[in-house]
Unconditional design. Structure first.
Length: 172
């Protein structure tokens, strides 16, 4: 039976709504996944001379392109929660090492788009390719309906985390 209390940050238990018997396992698994993901990301950043914010910026650029909407320099700054000058510095560093390219928006020449470079794609593919193989192996253990449920759950959890980031003053 699930524990009806949950420790607060100070360690004092507080009442919570009844949850699935698996809730604590799920939370623990998410925490472990987050920790292990951070280790892999940090290894990539260290091997490629990237700081934490550089890596975060690169992930935003990559996500934006995957979603079919290249990100602007200003939009990247907003997502990072930094000034336009700081965003320019991040983009300068990433451009210098070949991870991103700047281009003018054809529809509005005033806008600067930040794009993931082919070099970055190759570097990321070489580093993260083995992780893709491992991920495929894990996903092969689930049928399509289960994967759809997992995907929906993870999207919901990502949304909850983004909401909490906004609440504590960090753009999601």
């Amino acid at each position: 039976m699930p524990n009806p209390t949950h420790p607060t940050a100070g360690g004092t238990p507080r009442a919570r709504a009844p949850r699935s018997i698996h809730a604590d396992e799920i939370v623990g698994s998410i925490q472990r996944l987050s920790t292990e993901s951070q280790k892999v990301a940090q290894a990539f950043a260290t091997q490629h001379g990237l700081g934490h914010i550089d890596l975060e910026a690169l992930l935003h650029v990559m996500r934006a392109e995957r979603d079919g909407e290249p990100i602007t320099a200003g939009g990247l700054g907003e997502l990072l929660g930094v000034t336009s000058g700081a965003a320019t510095g991040v983009i300068d560093r990433l451009e210098k090492v070949g991870h991103v390219q700047r281009s003018r928006d054809e529809a509005d020449r005033r806008r600067v788009l930040v794009r993931y470079s082919d070099q970055a794609r190759a570097v990321a593919g070489a580093f993260f390719g083995p992780l893709g193989v491992l991920s495929d192996r894990v996903m092969a253990e689930f049928d399509e309906a289960e994967l759809a449920t997992v995907s929906r759950f993870l999207e919901g959890m990502a949304g909850a985390m983004a909401e909490r980031a906004r609440q504590v003053g960090r753009p999601a």
